[in-house]
Ligand binder design. Structure first.
Ligand code: ADP
Ligand code: ADP
Length: 232
């Protein structure tokens, strides 16, 4: 269970202080696919960077299974970060590495032995349906296939939480559908929690259990997808 309490992030710039997130409160259940939707500049990326422990909050806390992420020492922070997978709009693959070596990259960083990381990477490449592409380079793949690699890589360290930042925004409708189906399958099979940030209504409707609408750093509406979208 993730509990976000009074989370606040201010950026200090030459033009003054920007309040990107303002005393935001949110609880997300284990195994849930939770959607966060809102216009550009609403604070979605800032929120996800704090969840991913890439950015410190100005105030407030993020508790994951009773552990306050904002209190962790740097060693524990690194371990906690490994348990959070992230997928990106532009995939962020390493172009000089094959699919296999992209997927095993986080395991290399974690110091896993070569034989083990190849075994694990192959399992994940199978899971995302790219078994025949393991030795290809990213440039040889379609957008949807690249995102499959991104998903496999995000799962390398067996995360409890998968964060998706506009992961289908660069894809055509057909690839979007197949990536969303894959995320739903992964949630079922691996039983992890997925937080999905998007500006696409269709994505939310398709796979999210619950959704929060964010504007100017605040949640302005929250509920089950049916509740939010069925209103007249
Ligand atoms: P979204 O992802 O919803 O488009 P962001 O989280 O990127 O929103 O941005 C929220 C607000 O914070 C915007 O006003 C943006 O300009 C500002 N902002 C985001 N990142 C920074 C930064 N590193 N420095 C200064 N301002 C930032
Ligand atoms: P070195 O750094 O000792 O030169 P590498 O570890 O980079 O060697 O690679 C040696 C060989 O093993 C290369 O052919 C490379 O493609 C392969 N290899 C290395 N790491 C991986 C990995 N994680 N997954 C698959 N193949 C790997």
């Amino acid at each position: 269970m993730i509990k976000i309490k009074d989370l606040t992030k201010h950026y200090h710039t030459e033009q003054g202080s920007i309040e990107a997130i303002n005393e935001l409160n949110l609880e997300i259940n284990d195994g849930e696919i939770f959607g966060i939707i809102g216009p550009s500049g609403a604070g979605k990326s800032t929120l996800i960077r704090m969840l991913n422990l890439l950015e410190d909050p100005t105030a407030g806390s993020i508790m994951v299974n009773e552990v306050n992420l904002t209190d962790l020492s740097s060693l524990n922070l690194r371990q906690a970060r490994q348990k959070i997978g992230m997928i990106f709009q532009h995939f962020n693959l390493l172009s000089s590495r094959t699919v296999l070596r992209n997927v095993s990259f986080p395991l290399e960083i974690a110091g896993v032995a070569k034989k083990q990381r190849i075994k694990k990477a192959k399992e994940l490449i199978d899971l995302v349906g790219l078994a025949d592409k393991a030795d290809n380079y990213p440039a040889q793949l379609s957008g949807g296939q690249k995102q499959r690699v991104g998903i496999a890589r995000a799962l390398a360290n067996d995360p409890d939480l998968l964060l998706s930042d506009e992961a289908t925004s660069s894809l055509d409708p057909e690839s979007t559908k197949s990536i969303l189906d894959l995320l739903a399958k992964i949630r079922e099979e691996l039983n992890l929690t997925i937080i999905l940030i998007t500006h696409e209504m269709g994505v939310i409707k398709d796979i999210c259990d619950r959704v929060a609408v964010i504007e100017e750093g605040r949640i302005i509406e929250k509920g089950s997808v049916l509740d939010i979208f069925a209103r007249p």
